[in-house]
Each structure stands twice: as structure tokens, then as C-alpha cells.
Design a protein around this ligand. Structure first.
Ligand code: KG4
Ligand code: ZN
Length: 368
């Protein structure tokens, strides 16, 4: 059932795509998980401002994102973050030509806040509303960073919620090639970090500790490494670390005393196992699809060793590797610039734009 009218550009106004020689500004919103973010981007993909309000402190004591807390925090922060993004860009609401929002995948409650704010702004200002896919956006961060067209390419989205390989035919058309059958890589980083007593979010802390450790101290499993399938599994390596730390049975990890060097060795060996799988499968996907280009996005792509390993391996194999700078790998709204790819073709959304918490959207289809 159609609930609402399409929000289109005002008649004859300055707000059509790059129309009339006037600068057109897009406001992009991001609230899929635990970052409330807004960015102002112009039609030439210049990022005029990018503001991120992180909720790390709210979730730290739970060692993971608590959906209800995240949604409430988005509610408090969304409008101040928008105001700050506009202020930093030196423009006002009335200068906006379109409003974009990530409407999935993510936490339903968190998504609802961003989508509701975007709808309110679009209706109030009479400008187009454009829903974007958070995974498209993570790969589009590579296009933004490279400053050139990067499509078609193989895209690896590796974050707290996703570890998936896609054939990215264009910025809005991703065909799944494979993905994790259990935990996302970032989730495994966070869980192992928690077992080692490191602060949330675990990825950056674990990777820092790993610098002091020996990546060959423990031989953790590398799932599917020598198989053709382009899938990942990180629950096995997570369990293997747990057994090394504490063996089977119930354990209170907060009471465990692990010697510092052993901790660092566990971190380094875990990190090496995860990176080996991510690099091998990405290279395999790029070679088997004969695309010759690999774009990597998502929070785990901020990992220094992963970036170094990818750079080295892709150079040897002649693969054009594009990874966004670390700040654009973790959740942000500047990557919502992918909305430009719809904006310029007048592909807007209606007011009944829904949140899509899972992966099932027509342009990110499940594998046949
Ligand atoms: O893309 P993102 O900001 O949010 C999601 O869409 O999930 O990714 C967050 C994830 C967390 O699991 C975090 O621990 C991980 O990315 N992460 C890292 C690093 N920085 C962030 N993992 C490993 N090494 C890092 N340097
Ligand atoms: Zn993300």
C-alpha cells in the first residue's frame, strides 16, 4: 500500500541535481548502529562537513552495543549532530537540496531514528528523500577516497555486523559472492578483546596489543582457506582463543589473570588468523571474477595489519586495491554520498521509506 507522496525537487528551484550552475548540497544521515552521524556533501562529492557522535561510552560496560540504549541515544543526538554538520559546512537548512539516510541494514530501533529525522527534514524543506544501503555506502567510501570511478569491482565489507564479498557492478548493484556463515570479523575481534579484558570496542584495542605479540605463537584455525567457496567463519577461531585462555566450561573472564606477553601473543595470533582469511578470500574473489579491482570498507578495514597485508598481496597479484582512510572505514555519514548516484538520476524515495534491518533488499540479493 502506498502511504505517501513522493518528495520531489521544488518546481524550478535551485535544488535539482547540480542544476542552474548553483551548488547543490546533500545532507546525509547515518544511524545504523551506535554512531549518530551527519555530513554535508556537494554535488561534486566534496565533503563540506562530517560530524560523528559516538556512543562508545554508553555501551562499554556491556562490552557490546545495546540496541535500546543505542536508539535512545540517537534520538537525543540526531538533531544537534545535523545542526553541527550544517554549521561546519557554513550552510543553512534552506540551502539543502536533498536529504539522504542509511535505512539498512542495521539495528531496527537505531535505523528508525535516522529515517524519521530524514523524513521530517525532507518534508519540512520540500526536498527529495533518498534511502541508501549502509553496505553500498561502506564501499562508496573507497570511491570517495580514490576520487575516481572504482566500479565494477569486488567489494569486501568487513565490519562489526558484516563480513561479505560482493561483485559490485555499479555503486548501487551488489551481487553477493560469499560471506560469513557465523560471526562477522569485527564481532570476533570484539568478543576476543573482551575475553582478554580489553575495552570496547575491542578491534582497535586488540590490534594495538597485537603489536607487542608474536603472530605465530598460536596456530589458530583459518576456515575455508584452501577451499573454492568464498565464505568465512570466525566462530571457530573465537572458540579456539577461548580454549587457550580458559579451557572448556563456565569461566568468569573478569577473574582470569593472563600474563601480559601471553595476552599479546594471543591477540597477535588471533589477528593473523582473521587477516589471512580476509586477504585470501578477497584476492580469490577478485581473481575468479576477473575484475582486477578490490575495494574494502567497514570498521575492520581500519586495521593497520589488514591494510598492510592487502597492499602487499594486491601489489604482487596486480590487483588495483582501494581502501578508504581509517576514519572513513568506521561508520560515518560522508560515505552516504552514495546517494548522489540516485540523486543525479532523480531516483527518490517516498515517505513510506521503511527500515531494512536485514540483508534482504533487491539490489543486495542473496546468492542463488
Ligand atoms: O563499520 P563499523 O564502524 O560498524 C558496523 O557497521 O559494524 O565497524 C565496527 C567494527 C567493530 O567491531 C570494531 O571493533 C571494528 O569495526 N574495528 C576494528 C578496528 N577498528 C574498528 N577491528 C580491527 N582493527 C581495528 N583497527
Ligand atoms: Zn558499518
Amino acid at each position: 500500500m502506498r502511504l505517501a507522496r513522493t518528495i520531489g525537487p521544488r518546481q524550478g528551484s535551485r535544488i535539482a541535481w547540480n542544476g542552474g550552475g548553483m551548488t547543490a548540497y546533500l545532507l546525509a544521515l547515518e544511524s545504523t548502529c551506535d554512531e549518530t552521524a551527519a555530513a554535508v556533501i556537494d554535488a561534486d562529492r566534496r565533503v563540506l562537513s562530517s560530524v560523528i557522535a559516538t556512543q562508545t561510552d554508553l555501551h562499554a560496560k556491556f562490552q557490546g552495543v545495546v540496541p535500546e540504549i543505542a536508539a535512545r541515544a540517537h534520538l537525543e543526538r540526531a538533531l544537534p549532530v545535523v545542526d553541527e554538520a550544517l554549521r561546519n559546512a557554513g550552510i543553512q537548512k534552506r540551502d539543502l537540496a536533498a536529504v539522504a539516510v542509511a535505512n539498512g541494514p542495521g539495528l531496527a530501533g537505531s535505523l528508525l531514528v535516522g529515517v524519521s529525522v530524514a523524513k521530517g527534514l525532507a518534508v519540512g524543506l520540500g526536498v527529495p528523500l533518498i534511502g541508501v544501503d549502509h553496505l553500498h555506502a561502506h564501499i562508496y567510501a573507497c570511491r570517495m577516497a580514490a576520487g575516481r570511478d572504482v566500479f565494477p569491482c569486488v567489494g569486501l565489507v568487513v565490519s562489526g555486523g558484516h563480513t561479505h564479498l560482493y561483485r559490485c557492478n555499479d555503486p548501487l548493484n551488489f551481487v553477493p559472492l560469499g560471506g560469513t556463515i557465523d560471526d562477522a570479523a569485527g564481532e570476533a575481534f570484539d568478543k576476543v578483546a573482551s575475553m582478554l579484558g580489553l575495552p570496547f570496542p575491542g578491534g582497535p584495542a586488540l590490534s594495538k596489543l597485537a603489536e607487542q605479540g608474536n603472530p605465530r605463537a598460536f596456530r589458530f584455525p583459518r576456515s575455508f582457506l584452501h577451499e573454492e567457496r568464498l565464505d568465512f567463519s570466525f566462530s571457530g577461531v573465537k572458540t579456539a582463543v577461548r580454549y587457550q585462555i580458559a579451557g572448556p566450561g563456565h569461566v568468569d573472564f573478569t577473574q582470569l589473570e593472563i600474563p601480559e606477553q601471553r595476552k599479546a601473543d594471543l591477540a597477535a595470533s588471533f589477528e593473523a588468523a582473521v587477516i589471512d582469511c580476509l586477504v585470501a578470500k578477497s584476492v580469490q574473489a577478485t581473481q575468479s571474477s576477473r575484475l582486477g579491482r578490490l575495494c574494502v570498507g567497514g570498521g575492520v578495514a581500519a586495521n593497520r595489519k589488514l591494510r598492510a597485508n592487502l597492499t602487499e598481496t594486491c601489489a604482487v597479484r596486480g590487483i588495483d586495491l582501494v581502501v578508504a582512510p581509517p576514519d572513513w572505514c568506521t561508520d560515518n555519514a560522508a560515505m552516504g554520498a552514495v546517494a548522489i548516484e540516485r540523486w543525479k538520476h532523480g531516483r527518490y524515495d517516498d515517505l513510506d521509506l521503511d527500515v531494512l534491518a536485514g540483508l534482504s533488499r533487491p539490489d543486495v540479493r542473496q546468492r542463488a
